[in-house]
Design a protein around this ligand. Structure first.
Ligand code: 5GP
Length: 256
């Protein structure tokens, strides 16, 4: 396989790994030989409701790694600078090392989730234009909604960063919406994160069905983490189907 050379260095086959820098809810970040780059490993963990619900989901790490790699490639083509350098193994991406901006940018095309609850709206209503919302990244506070002014006053981002992230998130969202639309899937909303590296901002974190809502056109069936949040179906099988739409046959989730 094309990543065999890398595996000898440390992709979890009993080889020595570099320092673990950070363990997230469904990813681990390792240092690499290059101080400017990190290895992002996708795990099979699924969490919801700020990790109050959790489970292991077969093949989730491989599937989300492959989906994320493909989607970063797509948004790169649309002109958005991002942190992905290349895929190293079925579960690992080599990425630029960034300092994550402590806000999540949510872009919504269709009413769903917390937006529906907050404003008493019916899920599924298409918005006349994409809505951008900001959430302060804090597990202790359950990621509260934050306004532009508070975000700037509290120093979470500079004014130019706010403007940059707004435009980059909208460009990213439009590119992904078009891609999914060609595959018979509606991108309802998604969460994006950015990171700082040497004075510039890169789209970072992951682009996966864990952080977006994707509904099958026609049926409206969710093909994203809401399946797990609401116990709608088998998450592993759902993600396999989504992966097959994006990248081809059932073997493509890592090939092994
Ligand atoms: P909502 O605000 O409706 O709960 O979420 C809006 C969108 O952002 C959904 O696609 C949801 O999956 C994503 N999202 C919001 N917060 C988080 C988060 O903390 N983690 C992940 N993975 N996705 C999030």
């Amino acid at each position: 396989m094309w990543w065999t050379g890398y595996a000898a260095r440390g992709s979890g086959d009993g080889m020595e790994l570099n320092e673990l820098l950070y363990t997230g809810k469904s990813k681990q970040i390792f240092a690499t030989e290059d101080p400017a780059r990190v290895l992002v490993r996708f795990t099979d963990e699924a969490t919801a409701f700020n990790a109050r619900k959790r489970a292991k989901v077969a093949d989730k790490g491989r599937i989300n790694c492959a989906i994320s790699a493909r989607l970063f490639e797509e948004v790169g083509r649309a002109g958005v600078r991002h942190h992905l350098v290349r895929q190293l193994s079925p579960t690992d991406l080599l990425c630029e090392r960034v300092e994550i901006v402590p806000v999540e940018v949510v872009v919504r095309s269709v009413v769903a989730g917390s937006f529906a609850r907050r404003y008493g709206l019916t899920e599924g209503t298409r918005l006349p234009r994409p809505v951008v919302e900001w959430f302060y990244k804090s597990d202790a506070l359950d990621d509260p909604l934050i306004g532009d002014d508070a975000l700037l006053a509290l120093g979470f981002a500079e004014p130019w960063e706010l403007a940059f992230m707004t435009q980059a998130a909208l460009t990213t969202h439009r590119a992904l919406e078009q891609l999914w639309d060609r595959l018979g899937v509606d991108l309802i909303d998604a969460k994006y994160e950015f990171g700082r590296q040497e004075g510039r901002l890169l789209l970072a974190d992951e682009l996966t069905p864990d952080g977006s809502r994707l509904w099958e056109q026609g049926s409206g069936r969710p093909l994203d983490k809401d399946v797990f949040r609401k116990d709608l179906a088998d998450l592993s099988e759902t993600y396999r189907q989504l992966h097959a739409r994006l990248l081809g046959g059932p073997q493509a989730a890592g090939g092994a």
